[in-house]
Design a protein. Structure first.
Length: 912
């Protein structure tokens, strides 16, 4: 009797009974032979058993052989059946190319997006840092809630002398330097590091040597270590380049080593690493050093934290005259956690969003396959009648899903590769470690797992539904194309699932668009129309003399003002909305900070007297800075904004109040001489941050008309700048993406336009390709790390330029043209909208005409409303006339006869 297995691929013959029957036959034959020789029947039976040997061992051996043969046969048959099913599935899908292409494209898009985001999350969040024993690396900082800021030289020297809980420690800070190779100048991004930086990270140079303690002593020759990319591209990969001199910012450095090609997040995107030589500090600040350290293997972090706080408590009385915040303490955190920041939340949201898109694609594919399976019910009924089991039908239908999933995976791999390259190129500013995104085995493995899951998600439910009652379903399919009530319920459920999954995405998309709209409508506090910004970096070695640097800025200002169309020129060391190089603490004379509380912080922006007129700031009280405030022998003056005045003097006037910055108790007092309107300096998404404007003649400013040729003249004047400019370093050139680009030989300044229209195309020279069209003032200067208490003024200077009203295409004469609002609107989006929506709005010319006539800015809600009206009304008429009504054959016939009599056969598109 054969034992039946629950699944067809597990059914086998009862091997044990067959083996017993075979062995019994041999015993009977031998017993009969012995009985024929004259032995009694009982004796012959026993003799046959003795001659046969161990019957049980023979039985087990035969059972194993038969079992192995059966397994081989079953696997062979299964493989042949699967290959046959796949071939049939491919031929069947080729006969339905629209269905196959729809499923492959939609599911492949979901697979590719999910795989690309997963690769970015794996590189940034899941993968450990590419350093030896990366879990022992920590970042040390000063903790003054709610602020965390770097260390000063005084902090690090005391820590390096007294600490006992760390194996190694090092500091680093960033600086842009000009590199001269004799023929051209180039702006390089460098990292100023202490001598133990590479040893802390466990990096060994591939050529040359590491920094030594002797290199970090004051007065030692300046040395540098180059990145592998800089060594290959600028030095030709020559072995004799090690030991050669490098001229950086006018100073002579010696190249002593080259880093390996694979870099981690702390050394990636930097060309050179320059040695830091600490001189004995005279005060507590400035705070600009980022500190990293390595704990011994097995050390407890709490002991190291306790030691840090003990050193800080002992250090505080020594520098109390220049730093009074006794509530600040030293703290540390894991380096990986410090580098990630809030990226884990962002990564989780992005991965969830693309996963929902993938689920929507799978649900849509499942809905399409339900309809396809409904039309194939007669075929399945015939197979069932011929003896096919439900499992066999399931395998047959799942083969189609496997083919579709495999094709979707191939498409998804291509989309994932493109997505990874886009993330690597454009997401580095917002997402860490994008350079480590790789198209490797992890990506292929995740894609394979997603493809297998996709095949089950969109293929299993239609297959189970179609094979439940194929004979009854075939009868229903012969009467209707929808497959009966159960099929309709299933498809409605799938549509409901799509809406349920899409609803969170739509909500998030609406919130995102709303946030972007609010950011676009943020008031910067000044007029951005016809304003240009630029930056110039002066080599510290050549311009260490204040008189020479001031002469450079005076000559640059004179040449810029001589350009036709330039109305005013002003200089500043910081620009809105997010470029501030100096954030410093201060103490009010009449309102001293209570004991145990940190002193307030504020951005200090050094400006020239023309700054208020160039940016269009409003003077609310007092006066603005003038020429007398720029004289260093006079008492220091400062102009504050309205937010600062409201916070510290809500009921009285802030004019005449005095303050002292940087925690210095012996420095002279600074007097508030005026109050101006608020300007965004902390970013568009941050609330108003009180700030102070002080007078310095060390900084750069300009204003132009809309003529592109005049812009080129202003650029040329800024580049020329007299002999002083030609002796300076290269310009920091930035394009529309905001990333710095390397400048070629010669230019010392680049002026970047910010006030032009979004779709403006002028007859400007090639240099105008870097004009910005976002209508916002953004920084073009290379930022340093001196952004906390007591920061020194930076050597680079940002500029702002404004155009003379009435010149060019943005003057008062253009105030009634589409896209302008009184000549002051920097956004002109209607041409771009019309070009992108022309195909959509082609169904409704009246709406397109209304869109063309509408003045002012076009909000995203307006675009959506026009699109819905223009496309929704004709679509509603088409579907109502041709898809929504189920007319009887008689009504359709009568209608066709009327159309023939009128000799006009209308199409759905013509009806719209």
């Amino acid at each position: 009797m054969h034992k039946r297995r629950p699944f067809w691929f597990l059914r086998r013959r009862d091997i044990e009974s067959e083996v017993d029957e075979e062995l019994q036959l041999h015993l009977d034959m031998r017993a009969a032979q012995l009985q024929a020789e004259g032995l009694p029947a009982e004796e012959a039976r026993k003799m046959a058993v003795r001659q046969f040997g161990d019957l049980e061992a023979t039985r087990r051996y035969c059972r194993r052989q038969d079992d192995a043969r059966e397994n081989v046969m079953q696997r062979t048959l299964l493989f042949q059946d699967v290959v046959q099913d796949l071939r049939i599935a491919v031929r069947s899908l080729l006969r339905a190319p629209v269905l196959a292409l729809t499923i492959v494209t939609s599911v492949g898009l979901g697979l590719g997006a999910t795989a690309a985001i997963f690769s970015a999350v794996d590189a940034a969040v899941l993968r450990p840092l590419p350093y030896p024993q990366a879990d022992t690396l920590v970042r040390i900082y000063t903790d003054a809630p709610p602020f965390k800021f770097p260390w000063s030289v005084a902090d690090y020297l005391a820590f390096a002398e007294q600490q006992t809980q760390f194996e190694h420690s090092a500091t680093y800070s960033n600086r842009a330097v000009s590199f001269h190779d004799g023929d051209s100048a180039e702006l390089l991004q460098t990292r100023i590091v202490s001598w133990g930086f590479l040893s802390v990270l466990g990096i060994t140079p591939v050529a040359g040597r590491d920094f030594t303690e002797q290199d970090g002593r004051v007065g030692a020759p300046l040395v540098a270590v180059a990145s592998h990319a800089f060594w290959q591209q600028r030095l030709g990969g020559r072995s004799d380049a090690v030991g050669s001199p490098l001229r950086l910012d006018g100073a002579e450095y010696t190249l002593v080593g080259v880093l390996p090609p694979s870099n981690g997040p702390l050394e990636r995107r930097f060309d050179l690493f320059l040695i830091q030589q600490f001189t004995p500090p005279l005060r507590k600040g400035p705070f600009f050093l980022s500190v990293i350290a390595r704990l011994p293997r097995g050390a407890h972090p709490s002991a190291a934290t306790s030691e840090l706080r003990a050193i800080n408590r002992g250090l505080f009385p020594m520098w109390q005259s220049s730093y009074q915040d006794d509530s600040a303490s030293w703290n540390m955190e894991d380096l990986r956690t410090n580098l990630l920041g809030d990226v884990s939340t962002l990564a989780g949201l992005a991965l969830t969003a693309v996963a929902l898109v993938w689920l929507i694609a799978c649900t849509n594919a499942s809905n399409l396959l339900v309809g396809r399976a409904t039309g194939r019910l007669p075929d399945l009924a015939i197979r069932t009648a011929l003896g096919a089991s439900r499992g066999r039908l399931l395998r047959y239908l799942l083969a189609e899903s496997a083919v579709l999933a495999a094709a979707s995976a191939v498409v998804g791999l291509g989309i994932a590769w493109v997505g990874m390259r886009l993330l690597e190129a454009y997401a580095g500013e917002y997402f860490p470690r994008t350079d480590e995104i790789q198209f490797d085995a992890v990506t292929i493995g995740s894609m394979s797992a997603l493809a297998l899951s996709s095949a089950l998600l969109f293929g299993l439910l239609p297959a189970l539904h179609a094979t439940r009652r194929p004979t009854r379903g075939a009868r229903l399919a012969s009467r209707t194309t929808t497959g009966g009530r159960s099929a309709r319920r299933l498809r409605r459920g799938l549509v409901a699932a799509q809406f349920a999954i899409a609803t969170p995405l739509l909500i998030v998309a609406v919130l995102l668009v709303t946030s972007l709209q609010r950011l676009k409508d943020v008031d910067l506090g000044f007029d951005t129309t016809r304003v240009l910004t630029g930056s110039v970096r002066l080599p510290m070695v050549q311009y260490s003399d204040v008189a020479r640097a001031r002469g450079f800025w005076d000559e640059l200002k004179r040449q810029l003002e001589a350009v036709p169309g330039v109305a005013s020129v002003a200089f500043a060391d910081g620009l809105a909305p997010d470029n501030v190089s100096n954030v410093n603490n201060f103490e009010l004379e009449r309102r001293p900070t209570p004991t145990g509380q940190p002193q307030p912080l504020a951005p200090w922006v050094a400006v020239t007297p023309e700054y208020v007129g160039t940016l269009g700031l409003t003077l609310l009280e007092g006066r603005f800075l003038d020429d007398r405030d720029a004289v260093e022998e006079n008492e220091l003056s400062v102009v504050v904004d309205r937010a600062w005045a409201r916070r510290f003097f809500p009921n009285t006037s802030a004019v005449g109040e005095r303050l002292r910055g940087g925690g210095c108790t012996t420095c002279p007092w600074t007097t508030v001489v005026g109050v101006v309107s608020d300007v965004k300096y902390a970013g568009l998404d941050q609330p108003e941050w009180h700030r102070l404007h002080i007078a310095r003649w060390k900084v750069f400013a300009l204003r132009r008309d809309q003529d592109g040729r005049r812009s080129a003249q202003a650029r040329g004047a800024a580049r020329a700048g007299g002999p002083a400019a030609r002796a300076g370093g290269p310009a920091d050139r930035r394009g529309d993406d905001g990333h710095a680009r390397r400048s070629g030989p010669g230019p010392a300044t680049v002026v970047v336009g910010t006030g032009g229209r979004l779709c403006h195309r002028s007859a400007a020279p090639v240099g105008d390709r870097h004009l910005r069209r976002d209508g916002l003032l953004r920084a073009a200067a290379s930022q340093g790390d001196l952004h906390s208490h007591g920061s020194r003024w930076q050597s680079h200077r940002c500029g702002a330029a404004r155009h003379r009203p009435g010149h060019g295409r943005g003057g008062p004469r253009d105030r009634h043209r589409p896209g302008t609002r009184g000549g002051h609107d920097a956004f002109h989006v209607q041409p771009a909208v019309r070009r992108r929506c022309r195909g959509l709005l082609g169904l409704c010319d009246c709406r397109r005409a209304a869109l063309r006539r509408r003045p002012g800015r076009l909000r995203s809600t307006g675009i959506a409303r026009h699109a819905l009206v223009a496309g929704g009304c004709p679509a509603k008429r088409v579907t109502r006339r041709h898809l929504g009504r189920h007319r009887s054959p008689q009504r359709r016939c009568r209608r066709q006869q009327r159309l023939r009599r009128s000799r006009r056969v209308r199409t759905p598109l013509q009806d719209s």
